[in-house]
Design a protein around this ligand. Sequence first.
Ligand SMILES: [Zn+2]
Length: 155
Amino acid sequence: MQALLTVIVTWLSINFGLPAIYEHPQVEFVSAAKMADVRYSRLASNRREGVAAEAGYLAPTEPGHDVHAIYDDLSRTIYLPEGWTGETPAEVSVLVHELVHHLQNVALLKYDCSEAREKPAYQAQARWLELFDKNLAEEFEIDEMTVLVLTNCMH
Ligand SMILES: [Zn+2]
């Protein structure tokens, strides 16, 4: 995992100008139930701190629609779903997305809104999938319109 994180951070810094900071996050594998708990407590604490939570996670989870991963700024932890092996481009792309949030966090990058923080994360995830002729729509049912909504400040 450490080697994979190093490779992805390097790739992100070259392709997206993100800072090449090699203080890797913790990575934990959690059940769907634990993921829901983490998401809930994170939403609650984010509200307290006046920081909007990750846009994609604000909506209640639809049945049959997984929450793929979460990054927690405070503990610098990426929560991946149990069963994640990193064997498919889609699985690794989830790690790429969360690693962008980790770099944003450790580099103290500022964004106008939580959606703007998502923009580089989705761009990097989409670019990673492109390397394997995949895309967000096919792999995650996230179409271009959804990406626009998730990644642009609406106020
Ligand atoms: Zn995100």
